[in-house]
Design a protein around this ligand. Structure first.
Ligand code: C5P
Length: 395
């Protein structure tokens, strides 16, 4: 998959920079075109001559050449690349990336890059475990950066722990996997996400705690694999993932209409939205005045979008979500059947790190015959597992 791919290899000032030479060589021998960008400090650890010879191109370090004023354009470099891999990535560079600091060519290139970005952290175990580094890595994951986890082992300091940069062969494998991942090119999917809002009057409404993060992660993952994605989105504060076409809706009724329309052209749908089950029978034109007496609001059932898509799906793929506070697996299976889903993702609300607003989730993938319990992972990783399963079913 790396053949003909354009890779920017970013090298920062870590002892592990010597492994960047091997990494560069592996990328080139896999058929990739490599441009190396180094931070000024990285030059102390591995020479530009070594890197340039292996990459078969001059190494870029400074914004411009002081001799002749030639400008190193981070913008065109960012546009040229299919992928930017920063290996090794020091705690310092990760922190700057997380904050958007742009004080060297590697960082401006990162900020300009429209391609996949992966980082392979390398540092001492305490630096890696430090709350600040973990916070920065979490931020970078949220920004869509793929983190190639460091390994456990002996470190340059002589200490033993997690912080050793992943081995070059492993980095190549991971980059190959996510670059070769346009496996859904030509496919079209609908994803519903976020909370719907059911108006009571011009001021009040019924809604729920969904933030849309899980659905947005699924949409991003499908798009990253080359699929066309229509994201039918209720209220959320999230930005539209790259390559995704978003349709904003407010109520369950609007979501129903938008999802049914988009599904007509689709190969499948993933129903992540937290759709209100009830909506007020009437919406008051004016703000309802309070009185001394209690009041009740008559509610009627909304339409079940997943069930409707399940009814018309034919051979197409339909994935649902279930959020249960009791008898999770049994209820999820009942929904699987009733809504004619191919599989259902059961969310846990009980586990730490799962549920509304978290960047992580704990889920089980349930179909008619199996139940796969996944460990705590980022919502993007959960999305990847869901899409892996969808791909298997499609093929
Ligand atoms: O029945 P329940 O709401 O628990 O089912 C959850 C699944 O059904 C989720 O995939 C959700 O997005 C979908 N759903 C829907 N339309 C509704 C209610 C739920 O698409 N009105």
């Amino acid at each position: 998959m790396l053949k003909g791919k354009h890779i920017i290899l970013g090298v920062t000032g870590s002892i592990a920079a010597y492994k960047a030479a091997v990494l560069c060589r592996l990328f080139v021998s896999a058929g990739a075109e490599v441009r190396v960008v180094m931070t000024p400090l990285a030059k102390q650890f591995v020479t530009p001559l070594t890197m340039a010879t292996l990459a078969k191109h001059p190494v870029l370090v400074e914004f411009f050449n002081p001799e002749n004023g030639e400008w190193n354009s981070h913008v065109s470099l960012g546009e040229w690349a299919d992928c930017m891999v920063i290996a090794p990535a020091t705690a310092n560079t990760l922190a700057k990336m997380a904050c958007g600091v742009a004080d060297n060519l590697l960082l401006t290139t990162y900020l300009s890059a429209k391609c996949h970005v992966a980082v392979a952290p390398a540092m001492d175990l305490d630096m890696y475990a430090h709350a600040a580094t973990q916070r920065n890595l979490a931020q970078l994951r949220r920004d869509g950066v793929y983190v190639i986890e460091p390994e456990q082992g002996e470190l340059a300091s002589g200490l033993v722990g997690k912080g050793r940069m992943a081995e070059p062969a492993h980095i190549v494998k991971e980059v190959d996997a996510f670059l070769g991942s346009e496996t859904l090119a030509g496919r079209r999917f609908v994803v519903t996400a976020g909370a719907t809002i059911e108006a009571i009057d011009p001021v009040r409404y019924i809604s729920n705690h969904s933030t849309g993060k899980m659905g947005y992660a699924v949409a991003a993952e499908l798009a990253a694999r080359g699929a066309s994605v229509t994201l039918v989105s209720g209220r959320t504060a999230l930005a539209v993932p790259e390559g995704v076409d978003r349709v904003d809706v407010v109520s369950a009724e609007e979501m129903y209409n938008a999802a049914v329309e988009a599904f007509a052209e689709a190969d499948g749908a993933v129903m992540c939205a937290a759709v209100a089950d009830y909506t007020p029978v009437t919406v008051a034109d004016e703000k309802i005045k309070k009185g001394d007496a209690d009041m009740s609001i008559p509610l009627r059932r909304t339409k079940d979008i997943a069930a409707e898509l399940g009814r018309v799906k034919g051979g197409r793929l339909l994935v649902g979500f279930a959020l249960e506070t009791d008898s999770g697996a049994a209820n999820a299976r009942e929904k699987l059947e009733r809504k004619n889903l191919d599989f259902i993702v059961l969310n846990s609300l009980r586990d730490a790190g799962a549920g509304f607003g978290c960047d992580t989730n704990v889920v089980s993938l349930i179909d008619a015959v199996s139940c796969v319990e996944l460990p705590l992972m980022s919502k993007r990783e959960v999305a990847a597992r869901i899409v892996d399963r969808m791909e298997k079913l499609l093929n």
